[in-house]
Design a protein. Structure first.
Length: 207
């Protein structure tokens, strides 16, 4: 391999690692910031909900630590169990416990997906929920994952009334990095205003 190709490969790998770190750390910190703010507001008048907020902070921190450890293991050449779509259900459940009005529906084929496809589908949902928590915490979010023998479609839609700030996330680093990784697999990712209002992120991944 020539020096220029080696340099290009190194840049590509660094960009991939940076994107993974952004996904992992960004989501965990967003949840912790929101829950810490909620705990501060509730500490004097609602001890039970304050405890729930701190429990959500601890859970998000543990999940982030686990994700970082898996990334470190991968970089160190340690084999780990491949991801599957169950991770999407888990991140949706955590977001719901963090106060987000979110639901998730699975349709079609779910088994036998390549690990890279399942991983990117999870990252699309995670990044979309992170943005919803940051920019539109009061809006309803609907996640739909539809699988076939040829494609996996992931759609995350914020209800109308999400607020003007949500439109600013379409060009953010998280979605930009995801778009590049999805395109490398021959897929596509779009993000923008929905026809009836709100905001939609949609990804199509080849199986």
């Amino acid at each position: 391999m020539s020096a220029s190709r080696t340099t290009l490969a190194l840049r590509h790998e660094r960009a991939r690692i940076a994107a993974e770190l952004h996904d992992i750390v960004g989501h965990a910190i967003s949840v912790m910031i929101i829950q810490a703010a909620a705990g501060q507001r509730l500490v004097d008048r609602d001890p039970d909900r304050t405890r729930e907020a701190f429990a959500a902070i601890a859970e998000s921190a543990r999940q982030g630590r686990g994700d970082l450890q898996r990334l470190v293991d991968l970089l160190g050449g340690v084999a780990s169990e491949g991801p599957d779509l169950a991770l999407i259900g888990e991140v949706v459940d955590r977001a719901a416990r963090s106060g987000l009005d979110v639901s998730c529906r699975f349709e079609g084929v779910r088994d036998g997906l390549p690990a890279a496809v399942a991983h990117l589908a999870f990252r699309v949902v995670q990044e979309s929920l992170t943005n919803a928590l940051r920019y539109a915490p009061g809006a309803a979010v609907r996640v739909t994952v539809s699988g076939s023998v040829q494609h996996l479609m992931v759609r995350v839609e914020n209800a109308p009334g999400s607020g003007p700030d949500l439109g600013a996330v379409g060009g953010g680093r998280g979605l930009t990095g995801l778009r590049e990784r999805i395109q490398e697999l021959g897929g596509r990712l779009s993000a923008g205003p929905a026809v009836g209002g709100g905001w939609v992120v949609e990804a199509g991944l080849p199986v």
